[in-house]
Design a protein around this ligand. Structure first.
Ligand code: AHR
Length: 555
């Protein structure tokens, strides 16, 4: 029999069984009943009478590209409290830290297995001069951060501190070098300073500063938004710079040279208008023969969910109209990726060059009372759903989109973590990244479904979204999002190429579309166990309204 996980109690209410792997064995049924009675006893109910039905078809034998773990990358710019206070508190701080880097933040980031961190910007990168951020802390150059609030940049968090941070969280370095106001020589010397194992003067200086062993730099960003804050360049002008930087800015780390070279990422588009498609054309055409070691390996793309510029939508305290508009707008990512991928395919049919979405996320009005240059916003349940929808889009384009960096990691824009002095809270977006960890380096499995439609006023968008993946042990994972804030969805998933014995998972929702996690109420939006029924090659589960669910299937 094909059970639904929603049952009517004798009182006519509906309730959902809690975390429970339902199988057709007698023992499981008894366990399920016990859990059900427990819930009835505590009066747990859910108004699921109006559930919509959506059927998913999952064929594990049709597995596709690898979902590169790098699509779960982070971005840490010297901006507001993203680095200072968010990551760096200094070794003398009362906030527990390891060599100045806060321990609570490191523990939280380790749990989401951050693959890479992009640093030091953003717009900041094209004004960053690395020498100011090395050497004894009390002798560092104190400069300004004109991009972001014009505040003091103490340079106490520099190359060594960044690499130490990466080491503590277990992530790779994605360094953005300064093309706008720097020189190829400055960038080349930074890379030599970081990566050579030979006893050069720069390597000796690195050793004197505490790190004799060469660092690894996995990814090199050559400029940032060079069409805008990175120097307002034309495609041709940028291309002439790109050719020089990609030739002379080398990675000398012997381990990396033996293995895989550092991947070089060119500045790419920031939208879908002709201006941006021309940019993609120019770069891809120039590198179409892809023969030389100084060729590029990635093309960056930036796309924020904004709706209107400057960002005016509220990050908390909004209504359903803003909820629907933002989520509809975030789905533009699909068209944007398709459009630029098509241009890339023209010049790079073998997909050697990755599309790197290294800035994405919701960008809203600054929180009232905050420095507008610090890009401080709240992070609500809507952002969790927005994150899931974008991660799903990246996964569906896994053959081309092999890296992405949400903007930004801490205290800035769509952050994973928010801090206030010694306090720290994990955002709804953080929890989605954690739930999606099994998708890192898993193999994409196509899921077909009729999503239905969620409509609010004149805004309509697909009600349900879903992706599948097979991890390295062969286990099937499904991520399913119910965008509709008012109606639950009953999922029936037909599985081919796998015999499902049981399934389990977690779901994330909250009382309101704009529920947030606050320092004094940190668990308002967080994952909880969900009941899944597995039988006769099918799964059945009920998605709560406005929820993100990840389940695994045991065979
Ligand atoms: O993430 C904030 C800013 O947005 C970045 O510095 C810049 O690259 C983009 O415009």
């Amino acid at each position: 029999m094909f059970f639904s996980s929603t049952r009517s109690s004798s009182l006519g209410h509906h309730f959902v069984l809690p975390f429970m792997v339902l199988t057709h064995t007698g023992a499981s049924v008894i366990r399920a009943l016990l859990f059900g009675f427990t819930l009835m006893a505590i009066g747990a109910t859910a108004p699921f009478a109006d559930a919509q039905k959506v059927e998913l078809s999952v064929d594990v034998s049709k597995a596709g590209a690898k979902i590169d773990r790098n699509i779960f990358g982070q971005f840490a710019e010297h901006l507001g409290h993203g680095v200072y206070e968010g990551v760096w508190v200094g070794p003398d701080s009362k906030i527990p830290n390891t060599r100045g880097i806060r321990n609570d933040v490191v523990a939280a980031l380790k749990a989401i297995k951050v693959p890479n961190v992009r640093w030091p910007g953003g717009c900041f990168a094209d004004e960053y001069h690395w020498r100011k951020g090395i050497g004894p802390a009390d002798q560092r150059v104190v400069s300004l951060n004109p991009n972001w609030g014009g505040v003091i940049e103490p340079n106490t968090f520099g190359t060594h501190e960044f690499m130490d941070f990466l080491d503590q969280i277990g992530a790779e370095a994605y360094i953005s070098v300064n093309v706008g106001s720097g020189t190829p020589q400055e960038a080349a010397e930074w890379l030599e300073y970081m990566t050579t194992a030979q006893p050069t003067t720069l390597a000796k200086e690195r050793a004197a500063n505490g790190h004799p062993a060469p660092y690894e730099v996995g990814y090199l960003g050559i400029g940032n938004e060079s069409w805008d804050c990175g120097g307002n360049m034309t495609p041709d002008y940028y291309l002439s710079q790109l050719k020089i930087y990609s030739r002379f800015v080398r990675n000398f780390n012997p381990a990396q040279q033996a293995n895989q070279q550092m991947l070089k990422i060119a500045v790419g588009p920031g939208g879908s208008e002709p201006r941006w498609t021309d940019w993609t054309e120019a770069i891809m055409k120039a590198y179409q023969h892809h023969t030389w070691s100084w060729d590029i390996n990635g093309l960056s793309m930036h796309s924020y969910t904004v709706v209107r510029w400057p960002p005016s939508f509220k990050s908390v305290g909004f209504g359903e109209s803003e909820y629907a508009q933002i989520l509809k707008s975030t789905l533009d990512m699909e068209d944007l990726i398709s459009k630029h991928s098509a241009i890339m395919d023209k010049y790079d049919a073998q997909k050697k060059v990755a599309l790197v979405v290294d800035e994405w996320g919701g960008w809203y009005a600054p929180l009232s009372g905050s420095n507008p240059g610090f890009l401080v916003q709240q992070n609500s349940l809507r952002d969790a759903i927005l994150a899931a929808l974008n991660l799903n889009i990246f996964a569906r384009h896994a053959d081309r989109v092999r890296m992405a960096n949400i903007a930004q990691m801490i205290n800035v824009l769509q952050a994973m973590i928010m801090t206030d002095k010694e306090k720290m809270v994990l955002t709804p977006t953080y929890h989605v990244f954690k739930m999606y960890v099994p998708f890192q380096d898993a193999t994409f499995v196509p899921v077909t479904f009729d999503a239905g439609t969620y409509t609010h006023g004149d805004i309509s968008l697909p009600r349900v979204d879903a992706i599948g993946a097979k991890d390295q042990t062969g286990k099937l994972w499904l991520a399913i999002t119910n965008v509709d804030p008012g109606r639950p969805v009953e999922i029936e998933a037909n599985l081919a190429g796998i015999t499902a014995k049981s399934a389990s998972g977690q779901t994330l929702t909250a009382p309101k579309i704009d529920s947030v996690n606050a320092f004094d109420a940190p668990n308002t939006v967080g994952p909880k166990p969900i009941s899944v029924k597995a039988q006769d090659g099918k799964l059945a589960l009920t998605l709560e309204p406005k929820s993100v669910t990840v389940i695994s299937v045991q065979q």
